[in-house]
Write a protein that binds this ligand. Structure first.
Ligand code: GLY
Length: 340
């Protein structure tokens, strides 16, 4: 599959770990996390610099970004270097942002090892880091040079990480992929499923079509990929990065945002229960954890990148497989749903 963007195009291919990294040169850098480094170090080309970060969302920080760049400067990496982002969404977003900015930009090869990164974050060129003010608030649109998906790495994912990624798979079903939604409602996706590659390809085809049509998120179309994310990002920020995994927060966000759609009359009553039932069948959480303060959630949602002039913006389902950006959702309705 090839994705075309404003300045070129890149291929998405399925390649096992050893093959995906085989062409890394001595002047390149592989960015990965401690878990993957322990498991796969022998598969990394021996003479390529490997920069290892701590696993988990807290590594999407200014401090880790600076530390990665400094290791590259100290090792003499130049404008002719390439960055291989070998890891899940955290590594992909962080390494992608390093590549986008290192000496004004070097190529990035995304090698997503988690389901979440395979179906979503490695595709489309959004890279960045979090701040105390919110998720992904420092970043860039910087398309990768290539995406190589090592499906064999799925087998090494802890169960919680795999289930975490399924939230984004369900998202594609809910926002427009009827075939995928029917497949998921029949049977939740598992790492051992024979059709796992087909499921991933179905998500990729959908994301490719959306990002080609609205690369810079200006028409509202790409914003539909953010279904569940206004609430989900706020949950991540308020709970503390890493306390709740991204997909888990998005799962809760999809249910709450559909309750908001019902409360505002955008969706018919009953839709949130259908969304919730599907996500629960997959083993995903569907309710806001008790330690997350609803008033803080509202403040965080106002800083969402989709928001303008402090208004609350959500990509909401009007029906199953129909999603649309709403940029001025009444705050009192949101408060009512959140109970604050
Ligand atoms: N993850 C949403 C997007 O790429 O736009």
């Amino acid at each position: 599959m090839t994705i075309t963007h404003r300045t070129g195009s890149y291929d998405i291919t399925f390649q096992d770990v050893g093959v995906a990294l085989a062409d890394a040169r001595p002047q390149d850098v592989i960015v990965t996390d401690e878990n993957l480094d322990r498991y796969y170090r022998s598969a990394f080309p021996g003479d390529t610099l490997v920069v290892v970060v701590a696993p988990g969302e807290p590594s999407k920080s200014l401090a880790t970004y600076e530390a990665v760049c400094n290791q590259m400067f100290a090792a003499g990496r130049s404008r002719s270097s390439r960055v291989y982002a070998f890891g899940g969404g955290v590594v992909g977003d962080l390494a992608g942002f390093v590549a986008a900015t290192y000496m004004r930009g070097v190529p990035c090869i995304q090698c997503p090892t988690s389901l979440l990164a395979m179906v979503d974050s490695s595709i489309g060129g959004k890279v960045g880091i979090d701040t105390e003010y919110g998720k992904n608030l420092l970043g860039a649109f910087a398309p990768p040079a290539a995406v190589r998906i090592p499906l064999d790495s799925i087998g090494t994912l802890p169960d919680r990480e795999f289930v975490n990624g399924t939230a984004e798979v369900w998202k594609y079903g809910f926002i427009g992929n009827q075939g995928l939604l029917t497949r998921l409602q029949k049977s939740p996706v598992r790492g051992s499923d024979d059709d796992l590659q087909e499921v991933v390809e179905s998500c990729l085809a959908q994301k490719a079509a959306v990002v080609e049509a609205d690369e810079f998120e200006t028409t509202g179309l790409r914003a539909t990929l953010n279904f569940g994310h206004t609430v989900g990002h706020a949950i991540e920020a308020v709970a503390g990065y890493g306390a709740i995994l991204h997909g888990e927060a998005i799962s809760i966000g999809m249910v709450v945002e559909t309750q908001i759609a019902e409360a505002t009359g955008i969706a018919l009553r009953g839709l949130a229960s259908i969304v919730e039932e599907g996500l629960r069948s997959q083993g995903l959480p569907t309710a806001i954890p008790s330690q997350v303060d609803a008033t803080e959630l509202i403040a965080s949602m106002r800083r969402d990148k989709k928001a303008t002039a402090g208004k609350l913006a959500f990509s909401l389902l009007t029906d199953l497989t129909v999603c649309k950006l709403y940029e001025d959702v009444p705050e009192d309705e949101v408060r009512r749903v959140l109970g604050c």
